[in-house]
Design a protein around this ligand. Structure first.
Ligand code: ZN
Length: 172
């Protein structure tokens, strides 16, 4: 008889009736009808006893939390499972413009510049004949196209010179 009663107590301490598939951290209080923490033993709004004991509520919470890795960051005091905390998305280009920091636009022109530099490098190889001159001309041409495209076309398009403020300052 004694052993039997001990077994009953041990079983009663286990959170047997936790629906771990329910992702909610909050529950509607059966007494006041307001939303409250699911794994606190009392309703936060009216004090209605939701769990037989705080220990049982805690054990139930741990079982619920360990059932899903995305719940690892939650506490019993949360009403909602926090959203994926990948961090806020920042538009660094817009931020830099706002702060007055000049960053070069992301561009394919540096690649063009490198191709031009390659031909200029080939032109530096001392081989006789007009090949070096051809390499020099081609290299300079590609290099300049890349440079002009990057610095004068794309960069100006991205950061247009604010003429109004410049003339405004001149009047002061
Ligand atoms: Zn309540």
């Amino acid at each position: 008889m004694r052993i039997e009663s001990k077994t009953i107590v041990a079983v009663a301490n286990k959170p047997r009736y936790v629906d771990v598939s329910n992702p909610s951290l909050s529950v509607q209080c059966p007494n006041c009808g307001l939303r409250t923490q699911r794994f606190l033993d009392h309703c936060r709004n009216c004090g209605y006893k939701l769990w037989p004991s705080s220990e049982l509520a805690s054990a139930a919470f741990k079982a619920w939390r360990d059932a899903d890795p995305s719940r690892a960051e939650t506490t019993r005091y949360d009403l909602d499972v926090p959203e994926d905390t990948a961090g806020p998305e920042v538009d660094y280009a817009a931020r830099a413009h706002q702060l007055g920091i000049h960053i070069f636009p992301s561009s394919n022109y540096p690649f063009t510049i490198c191709v031009g530099a390659l031909f200029l490098g080939l032109a530096a190889v001392p081989v006789p004949g007009p090949v070096r001159i051809a390499f020099l001309v081609i290299g300079l041409l590609i290099f300049l196209i890349g440079l002009v495209g990057w610095v004068l076309v794309e960069d100006v398009r991205m950061f247009p010179t604010d003429g109004s403020s410049a003339s405004g300052e001149a009047h002061h």
